[in-house]
Structure formats: C-alpha cells, structure tokens
Design a protein around this ligand. Structure first.
Ligand code: ADP
Ligand code: GLC
Length: 475
C-alpha cells in the first residue's frame, strides 16, 4: 500500500508538540510493510541540516495555474526528497515558508498552509499514492482538494486537537476562490466563518482522532468546539485510535540522553542515580528521599496548570519536589517563576523547550503530572510508563484511556483525578504521597507500568483496517 501523510510537524525536523512524535513513530512503523511518504514544510534553519537525495517534484498542475499570487508561489516552490528510517520525506521548499524559523503563529499562516495543502494534494497524485492521510487543520485542505478531484481515491483525516480549526472571517481567504484552489468557500462555512478543519471532516472517507476517550468527548459540546454536529453526522466513519510510541526512541535502557540507563529490574537504582545527577546538574539541593514530580509541557490553557497551581498551594505540606520544564503563556510562566523563587524547596522551573532535559526529567521522576482540561491523547503519560514514572493525570481523553487507578494493585498504572478540580487533584497527590512511602506498593506499580506495551503494533493494525475500508474494495 502507498501511504502519503501531509503534516506540519515531523520529528526530528519540526517539533512543537506530540503531533511531531506521533507522525514520525507511526510512519516508521507503517514503513515496515508499506511504501510511506511524508510531506512537511522546509523552514529557514533546516536546509543545511538535511542531505537531500537530488529527487525533486513540482508543486502545481499546469492546468490549475492562471497566475494568481498563490499559483505564482507554487510555481516557485518544489519538493526536495530525503529518506529516513524507511520513510520517504518530501520537504516543501517555498518562498512562503523559507522566511520563517518557526512553524506556527506566522501572520500569513492561513495562506501558507493552504498553499502547502494544495502542494501535498498534487504530490500525492504524482507519487500515485493509494491513500492521502492528513493531520490537523494545517493540512485539512489537502483532503478537501483530493475529494474534489477524486484523486487519491482514499482520504483519511486525523484530528489531533479539535481546539485549533483554522477558522477565520471570509475576507481573510478570498484567494481560495481563485486558481489553483477553485473552492466554493460556503462549503467550508461553520457559524459564519471559513473553517479549514470542517473541509476535511466533511470530505474525508474516514476520520480518526487519537484516542477512543477523546472521540466520545468531542461528539458533544463544549468539547466538540462547535463541530460536534458535523462529527455526529459522520459518526459511522469516525474512529478513536490510541497513539503509540516509538519504543526504541523512548526507552530508558538505550536512551543516550539520560545519565544512566536502566530497565524494570534496575529501575530503583537507575532512577535514583538519574535524579541525583539531574539535581546536581541544575545546582539543586534537595533531599533525595523526597518524591520528585516531573512536569514537561506546553504551558497553555489546555494543560490545566491553573488547577495544579491551586492544588500546589493548598497541599504545600506534601513532601513532593516539582521539577517543571515548559514554555508558553506568559502568565503561567510568571506563576511558575514566582513559586520557583518563593518556594525554592518545593518547586523548580526551567523555562524553555529542551528535548534532552525532557528525557532526563522522565528518567529522574518518581511521578509525572498532567492536569489537562482536555487531552486528545497525550504522549507524556505513555513515556512516563516506559520510564517508570508513575503518572498522575486528569480523567480526560487519552489520559483516562491509558492510566488506570485500579483498586487491585497489580492493575494500577497511575493516579487519576477530576479535571479542573484542584481538590480532586490535591487528594490524588495525597494518595500518591502515601503510596511513595509504602515501598512494596510503589515498586509494584512501577513494575506494572514498565511492563506495559505502548508500541504501535495494535494501533497500526486498526489504522490499516480503516484504510482498507476507505479504499472500498480497491485492495
Ligand atoms: P501536546 O502535543 O498537546 O503538546 P503531547 O503529550 O502529545 O502533548 O506531546 C508533547 C510532546 O512535546 C512530548 O514529547 C513532550 O515531551 C514534548 N514537550 C512539551 N513541552 C516540552 C518542553 N518544554 N521541552 C521539551 N519537550 C517538550
Ligand atoms: C495534540 C494533542 C495531544 C496528542 C498529540 C499527538 O497535540 O494535544 O494530546 O497526544 O496531538 O496526537
């Protein structure tokens, strides 16, 4: 099967969040038995780091070009090829992205992602893909355009986060009416706005999201973010499939970025050593007997840190030491800096995006906290399982699907509390704390989580059943 993914993020080239890890681990797994291609934008700083194969592809069909601005840009753009871990990667080299060093938040992103989406649609035809599989609003129009032209025949769209839809007033994207798009914009309308994501949900053969729990949630408002009605219309073709992780990439036994490798038999000593050296590296003097709670996150509304900060203050007497790595909303950064300064013996904040430190924190933590208000899947709770850091999570989306606070100790894989409820979080912290001092119980839970299999095998099979369905007997 020839599978073509269009995406805004792909590890290790562009990473803002979990979309990047998901796409690279998933496509590598698929590539074991399929011909897999991925298209992503080429940003200014990336060009020198990549060795291209020399293969190049055009980005626009001649018959679509009547000289609009969008067409002109596409004529000056091309796809450059490289191959990594069995996956063919096509970088969209274009004047529209080359001026930027970050993928999101650029002032012309409605324009640039529409152009990229057209180019992806075109490339998927040149590569004779059986399936075009697009991810989130940035590449939604590649599904819409494929449906319009009937090529590739099979179109799959994955929602990683319904909160971002690329919706905007009509006047901002009048270019969509012209070449090379020729889109009737009214078909993208949701509540009087043009909505890119709606275009994909409407026209994909199959729609997926990244956990069964999140699928259920978004079928009602407010989690449906004003698109629950459409998802309900398309309910029979809408599936929740849990993300997997790359078990070689995120494996404490071989991870070269952590201080000391370990596995489930050597976790106690291994994690102690990682914690010791992490504190030392950061110049922190913390009693090693105290439990460390790791936090690695984008600091945005979604992630629920207001709830945490409340619970933190209310349960300041608990013995935890919180090690926080993150960047994002200024008010959250300020709040973390405040506590890092005024409660030095309780919390440490490292502002930034740092892949190596993220792994060191996973290796060093006793617990890992994710207080999200909503969470389509979440990868860090899965990484935490692999690294033996017991997750403390809110009961939402993919978190509730993957972390179970069972009464039976041999099935317990973390602690769960109600979202947006600081008392419930505070109580979960108390349960975690008493478990920490019950060594048998603590070690048993750590063993449970390190034995879990979050690899891609099962989920890839589900995607492939769905691909087969979308090809309606073509294979
Ligand atoms: P989301 O995609 O909503 O941010 P996920 O849990 O799916 O949430 O994925 C987040 C990914 O981004 C994880 O791999 C996590 O380690 C990484 N990450 C988030 N913030 C940071 C940071 N400040 N530094 C390093 N890695 C980070
Ligand atoms: C999004 C979601 C996150 C999910 C990731 C990968 O960024 O916020 O929950 O894990 O996509 O699918």
């Amino acid at each position: 099967m020839k599978i073509f993914h269009s995406t805004a993020e792909y590890f290790p080239f562009i990473k803002v969040g979990g979309l990047s890890d998901m796409l690279s681990s998933f496509s590598r797994f698929q590539a074991k038995e399929n011909e897999v291609s991925v298209a992503l934008p080429l940003l200014s700083h990336m060009e020198d780091r990549i060795s291209f194969s020399g293969k190049e592809f055009k980005c626009i069909r001649q018959s679509d070009n009547y000289g609009s601005d969008a067409s002109m840009i596409l004529s000056k753009s091309r796809f450059l090829h490289t191959r990594l871990h069995g996956v063919d990667i096509y970088f969209f080299q274009s004047p529209i992205f080359q001026k930027y060093s970050s993928i999101y938040g650029n002032s012309d992103e409605l324009f640039s992602f529409a152009i990229f989406s057209y180019a992806c649609h075109h490339l998927s035809i040149l590569l004779k893909a059986d399936i075009i599989h697009a991810h989130d609003w940035h590449t939604s129009l590649s599904i819409y355009l494929s449906a319009k032209s009937g090529n590739p025949k099979s179109k799959v769209f994955t929602i990683h986060n319904l909160a971002y839809q690329g919706d905007h007033p009509y006047w901002m994207t009048q270019f969509l009416r012209l070449d090379p798009f020729y889109i009737r914009m009214e078909s993208l309308d949701n509540l009087g706005k043009v909505n890119y994501m709606k275009g994909a949900i409407l026209s994909a053969d199959e729609i997926t999201t990244v956990s069964p729990g999140y699928r259920e949630e978004v079928l009602s408002e407010p989690a449906g973010c004003h698109l629950a009605w459409l998802l309900n219309d398309r309910k029979d073709s809408f599936t929740g499939i849990m993300n997997g992780i790359d078990e070689h990439e995120w494996n404490p036994e071989v991870d070269s970025k952590i201080f000391l490798n370990y596995n489930k038999d050597t976790a106690e000593q291994g994690k102690y050593e990682n914690k010791l050296r992490l504190y030392h590296e950061q110049g922190l003097h913390v009693d090693m007997e105290r439990p460390m709670v790791g936090i690695v996150s984008r600091l945005t509304y979604q992630k629920g840190f207001e709830t945490f900060l409340d619970a933190f203050v209310n349960r300041i007497h608990l013995p935890f030491y919180y090690f926080v790595l993150g960047t994002g909303d200024e008010n959250l950064e300020e709040a973390f800096f405040y506590h890092s300064h005024h409660n030095q013996q309780k919390l440490y904040f490292f502002k930034g995006f740092n892949e190596t430190l993220a792994r060191k924190i996973e290796a060093a933590s006793d617990f890992f906290l994710m207080p999200s208000l909503f969470e389509p899947c979440g990868l860090n709770q899965l990484y935490s399982h692999a690294y033996g850091s017991i997750p403390i999570v809110s009961r939402v989306g993919g978190l509730k699907d993957s972390v179970h606070e069972s009464d039976l100790i041999e099935y317990k894989t973390g602690f769960v509390f109600e979202p947006n409820d600081s008392s419930s979080l505070g109580y979960a912290l108390e349960r975690a704390s008493s478990t920490y001092y019950n060594k048998n119980e603590f070690n048993q839970i750590r063993k449970n989580i390190m034995s879990l299999d979050w690899g891609w095998k099962k989920s890839t099979e589900k995607y492939h059943e769905l691909y087969a369905r979308s090809m309606k007997g073509i294979i």
